[in-house]
Design a binder for this molecule. Sequence first.
Ligand SMILES: Cc1cc2nc3c(=O)[nH]c(=O)nc-3n(C[C@H](O)[C@H](O)[C@H](O)COP(=O)(O)OP(=O)(O)OC[C@H]3O[C@@H](n4cnc5c(N)ncnc54)[C@H](O)[C@@H]3O)c2cc1C
Length: 536
Amino acid sequence: MTTDTVLDLKPEDVNVDQATSPESTPTTSQNGDTNSTEKTVAKRTAARKKAADVHVYDTIVVGAGISGIAAAYKLTQAGYDDFIVLERAARVGGAWRENTYPGCGCDVPSSLYSFSFAPSSKWSHLFARQPEILDYLESVVEQFNLGEKIQFNNGLEKARWDEEKKQWVLDTAQGQYLAKTVIFSTGPLTEPQTPKIKGIETFKGEMFHSAKWNHDYDLTGKRIAVIGTGASAIQFIPQIQPLAKELYVFQRTAPWVLPKPDMQLGEKAKSWVEKYPKIQEKWRGAVATTLNVINVGLRNPKLLEPANFLSRQLLKKQVKDPELREKLTPNFLIGCKRILFANNYYPALQADNTTVIAHGLVEIDGNTVIGANGERHEVDVIIWGTGFDVSHPPIGSKIANAKGEILSEVWKNSSPEAYLGASMQDVPNAFLVLGPNILVYDSFIGIAEAQIDYILSGLLKMKELQFSRFEIKKDVLQKHNEKVQKQLKSTVFNTGGCVSYYLDENGKNFAAWPWSLKKLKEELVDLDLKHYDIVL
Ligand SMILES: Cc1cc2nc3c(=O)[nH]c(=O)nc-3n(C[C@H](O)[C@H](O)[C@H](O)COP(=O)(O)OP(=O)(O)OC[C@H]3O[C@@H](n4cnc5c(N)ncnc54)[C@H](O)[C@@H]3O)c2cc1C
């Protein structure tokens, strides 16, 4: 940034005549300083499609999950056409492509867990299952011709900011790409988390994480240990319990479970929804309002009393054995961890072949799994229902900021910070989708869409006003974070007495947005250039 003019400007202050055009200098000389690295990469990637794409894209979107698809749709609709999407896998879908465990489905009604621009009348249930969510995402890509923008099997390996040229240099599985801006939509729940358990290497049986389900392994008649009782585990436990000879469920913390108001949607219901789209629209609105009530409750835990009552009633009705009921009673305030919905979870835990160990797994000795209470069980298979590493987004290891620092190193001692979950310090012209402190109790799709609207408004301003670099102002980000952290102090996430994925290892809440969804959406309506340092 040595010779650049950094301005604190308003859009009307921008003199477009002064703008430089980084696009005018796509060059091969950038390969010069990375020659030796390129040779190595070239050897390694002999079969790869091409070495470099020297076009400087207006934007490159990384990841073709829900967020990447929404970004592709919204960019296209805005006539912002000079972009591509890089996806490391061979299909779109992200989390819904990776998670194929039995019983996998959404826990937000599909009317809301779907794109605002692509309502569907085809859902088989109020809460859709994973295969149909994946089909839906593929159908949206097809419907809006987004496939031509997506490059599959083309994972990002390294992204670095070239300060001189004011552009991003992206090294991928298929070569090198240049872009004025980047949208990192690589997902919040992607890195399966498996705890380091003493003696794990001595286990001789089968072992897999719920996000990497081994469908070739037949669970019938097997002694199964499930580790964890989070959102995925409570969906697959009822499916595998009837197959198991013995099922041992290691529960470190009992979750709050509410009845799932699910039902099958027959052909008649589907045709009504198709004929009268207003029904779906109203239902979407009603679900959003209900979730917003929960959101208000998260900031005023007393308001969650009815949910607390409902959950206890479910437990009382479905679990007759007082000892088991005691084990399954949560010991923290409702809402502190994600509230779960299931009608078949408690019955599966009550089955004769199921044992709930109300302790974490601490050791594995050969085929014996050992709980923190010393309980030992011999098993054939271990299934990790231990969720995802949320506080260290894996994309961090692939991004070098404007100072040349790798983000995962920057985040080593503290979790990531970003303005409105999108704009990071020292990371100009780039955005995260579903980044830090953005989660509200709602559909992630709605949050991602709102963030993309925000990002897009910034990209359009950049194009219109012809500036070459914009980066969130340090003091804006700092004040924003201080406000967020202060506000979070009184929420149930921080005060509810649980250890959740909202909190990093230092106890800092890096995940939740402390206000309402309404406020979040209001703040995301438009990217205000006042908040950014701009270089012409
Ligand atoms: C089992 C499960 C159930 C869920 N249920 C719900 C629910 O009911 N309601 C809800 O709101 N949310 C739910 N979620 C959260 C879910 O993660 C989000 O709703 C949503 O899928 C996020 O979409 P995304 O596109 O941001 O991320 P992802 O779906 O994770 O997609 C990210 C994409 O980026 C790609 N990618 C990553 N790194 C690279 C790279 N280096 N180069 C190129 N491509 C890369 C990945 O391959 C992937 O395709 C659930 C998550 C899981 C795992």
